[in-house]
Design a protein around this ligand. Structure first.
Ligand SMILES: [Zn+2]
Length: 402
């Protein structure tokens, strides 16, 4: 590398090296430099100026070199315009007007803020204020996210999670996330989960919504009506975990009733809870026989148990037609039941019939990625000890899941 290119990379492209003062105790380098140019253009009237009025020294913080803080001491010329008589300072590429830090340093803050454990360690390492770290991080994160702007993908998933809690700890605000399955990243974050919140400007501005082919959601009627309205050519896929999970509260409730009725001692580590929810083929012989013994005492629970096992089996089938046949068979059987809970569950299955079966025609698309990002979102909330500003939360989330 030539000496000229080396100095250009250490400094900024416009600047010429003059001298360097090194303070080994404080671990600071002051690099003195100046701009070399034949003329400057007046920012007020765009006239070429060559007349130097005076010179000023400016100290600008730059990104550190080998763990030493670097300050660029730039001797800036001030020019006097010939036509409008105004005095102006020469601009330097890489430093925004009115800023005491280079863009390079602000980008370095972003890198540190996303790799260090917390923001206070960033401000301690870079020896700058917490406020600068906070401001520069969100400013640079927004710039970085502009690189990832794209139209709607072919496959999309969405889900909601809680964002704010009130003083009693109840969840009051929700956030809906849109996940891009094609590019494997988070697409957009919206405050609220009602249909009015989803139809916001930020969502409407993204082009190409007619190209979305698959949308994966949980069993939420709001999301379903939103997708039908907003993505005209998309087919909805009900996430299989949520379909199966709907039955779990019914089973738990019935199990508790049975235990109370029979006067069985309540044990915290009663394995029957897990045995009831597991796919039967995964159980060992002794577990199966223990479970059957328990189920014989409660015929109502036994009925529900077998429906659940049938549903599990459906999700292990390959092929749309086979699954469709099995699902219709299951709902027909449920119809005969006298248990009100089973009938209401059947109604849910019936109303989501098409969406459940779409799982089989799309090769098993599921909400796994979305739930993974939800988990990450919770982690981000914990690390920050909660967010107050939705704007910052959205930026941080999109930045971390890009
Ligand atoms: Zn001028």
């Amino acid at each position: 590398m030539s000496e000229k290119r080396l100095t250009q990379q250490l400094l900024l492209p416009d600047l010429r090296f003059v001298k360097e003062i090194h303070n080994p105790v404080k671990k600071i380098r002051f690099i003195y430099c100046e701009k070399v140019s034949d003329f400057e253009v007046c920012p007020h009237c765009a006239t070429k100026c060559t007349k130097v009025y005076d010179r000023v020294n400016l100290t600008i913080k730059d990104s550190p070199i080998r763990n030493k803080n670097v300050f660029l001491v730039i001797r800036k010329r001030r020019f006097k315009c010939g036509s409008c008589n105004k005095v102006f300072r020469e601009p330097v590429g890489g430093i925004r007007k009115g800023f005491r830090t280079t863009q390079r340093f602000r980008d370095h803050i972003r890198w540190c803020a996303s790799n260090f454990a917390n923001l206070s360690s960033v401000s301690a390492t870079l020896r700058c204020s917490d406020w600068l770290v906070y401001k520069a991080f969100y400013e640079q994160a927004e710039l970085e996210l502009r690189k990832y702007k794209s139209p709607w993908p072919k496959t999309l998933g969405f889900d909601e999670h809680s964002f704010l809690r009130n003083q009693r700890g109840a969840k009051v605000e929700f956030v809906t996330v849109f996940v891009d399955y094609t590019n494997k990243r988070m697409k957009e974050v919206v405050l609220g989960k009602a249909i009015g919140d989803l139809h916001c400007d930020r969502i409407k501005q993204i082009p190409g919504r007619e190209k979305v082919k698959n949308v994966i959601t949980d069993l939420s009627p709001t999301f379903r009506s939103f997708v039908k309205d907003f993505f005209p050519s998309a087919r909805i896929i009900a996430d299989h975990f949520h379909v199966v999970k709907l039955m779990h509260p019914l089973i738990h409730q019935m199990r508790k009733e049975v235990i109370e009725k029979l006067g069985i001692e309540k044990k915290r580590k009663n394995p029957i809870v897990i045995l009831l929810l597991t796919y039967r083929k995964k159980l060992q012989y002794h577990q199966r026989s223990a479970l059957d013994k328990f189920l014989k005492l409660a015929p109502e629970l036994e009925e529900l148990y077998w429906y659940q096992q049938k549903l599990y089996r459906i999700y292990r089938i390959k092929g749309y037609n086979k699954a469709k046949k099995m699902l219709i068979q299951l709902t027909d059987e449920m119809c005969k039941s006298k248990n009100k809970r089973i009938v209401s569950y059947r109604n849910t299955l019936r109303s989501w019939h098409e969406e459940i079966l779409n799982y089989f025609s799309t090769g098993g698309l599921n909400n796994g990625r979305t739930e993974g990002y939800n988990h990450k979102a919770k982690l981000i909330q914990r690390c920050a000890y909660g967010f107050r500003s939705f704007k910052n939360y959205r930026l941080k989330l999109l930045y971390c899941c890009r």
